[in-house]
Structures are given as C-alpha cells and as structure tokens.
Design a protein around this ligand. Structure first.
Ligand SMILES: Cc1cc2nc3c(=O)[nH]c(=O)nc-3n(C[C@H](O)[C@H](O)[C@H](O)COP(=O)(O)O)c2cc1C
Length: 166
C-alpha cells in the first residue's frame, strides 16, 4: 500500500517551502541554534482563524526543536531555490552550514529565519496530531509577507523542477 501511495503521489505537483525554527543555545550568536528543512506538506487549512498544517516525520530532530520552540517560519521557494531545497533536505550539520551562507532574517514574531522567496509565514503552535508515521502540526498564522511574484519551484515526479508562469 505504501509503495502505491508513494507512486501515485509522484503525479501530484506541489510547491516547495523551507520551514525554520530554533533551539536555545547560550553560545550561539543570538542565543539560538537555527535549523531549517525543506517541505512540500504545507497546506492552508483555515482562513478564519488563519491556520496552516505541516506533516513532519516522527523522529525528526527538526521536529523536536519545533515542538520545543512552539514557533516557526515558512519561506516559499522560487524557481531558483532548487539548490537551497536540496541543501536543506540533508543532515542537520549540512543544513547548519548551508543556512550560515544563505540570506535570511529572523522573523519579528517568531525569531525563526525567513529566506528569500515570493512569500513567508510566521506561525505559533496551535495543535498537533499523530497521523501514522508523521505528526500533523497545526500553526496559527501570526504574520505573512509577500514579495514580487517569481516563477515557482515545483516538486513533481520526485524532482525539484523550476516552473514558469505565463
Ligand atoms: C521536496 C522535499 C519535500 C520534503 N517534505 C517534507 C515534509 O513535508 N515533511 C518532512 O518531515 N520531511 C520532508 N522532507 C525531508 C526534510 O527536508 C528533511 O530531510 C528531514 O525532515 C530532516 O530530518 P531530521 O530533522 O531528522 O534531520 C522533504 C524533502 C524534500 C527534498
């Protein structure tokens, strides 16, 4: 069953985003150790109140940080963000090195890093549910931002594909 689901979902094009959070670290530059991962499970689930969902794998080190901070940021990636998406899908150590070299600013409401891209969201933990081997995390939207439209990055057929808009 799992193999069939993976195969059919390869036909479903999604956008790609980066979720960021932090853990307290007194020796860190701003008292925090930042981390960020690539996701394609971002879903808007309610507009009034504004809520978004993410599905994060149980056992993920990033997920443990997110649940402790109860705050996170989401940056939507544009077509030229494919390298960033690949880097931030690697090990925590590789992600830390990649993050240090990426333009990013801490969000005003969460302190989580927001990356370049056509839009961003800051969230606070509203709820979470175990759903099989993932945890569905629901976030209250604290703030949003949009920048000029850019061609999107799409995940389809197991590949990160720069797309063009008319
Ligand atoms: C295109 C793409 C989409 C991904 N989407 C998700 C996702 O929605 N949820 C998730 O838990 N991991 C997702 N991943 C994997 C994470 O980026 C990351 O590798 C993993 O969560 C890191 O786990 P760790 O915190 O244990 O190191 C995705 C990876 C790629 C390349």
């Amino acid at each position: 069953m799992e193999l069939d689901l993976r195969t059919v979902m390869r036909q479903f094009a999604t956008g790609v985003g980066v979720v960021s959070t932090w853990a307290e670290e007194p020796d860190g530059a701003d008292g925090r150790r930042h981390d960020a991962i690539t996701v394609n499970s971002l879903t808007p689930v309610s507009y009034d109140p504004p809520l978004v969902a993410l599905s994060l794998r149980h056992g993920s080190a990033f997920l443990a940080d997110l649940l402790a901070a109860r705050r996170w940021g989401v940056s939507i990636l544009a077509a030229q963000g494919a390298d960033t998406a690949r880097l931030l899908a690697r090990s925590r150590q590789a992600r830390a090195e990649a993050l240090a070299g990426l333009p990013a600013v801490p969000g005003r409401h969460t302190g989580a890093l927001l990356l370049d891209g056509p839009g961003w969201i800051e969230c606070a933990l509203a709820d979470s549910f175990t759903v099989g081997d993932h945890l569905m995390v629901i976030g209250t939207v604290l703030a949003t931002g949009v920048r000029p439209p850019q061609d999107p990055l799409v995940f389809l057929h197991g590949s990160l594909t720069p797309a063009t808009t008319p």
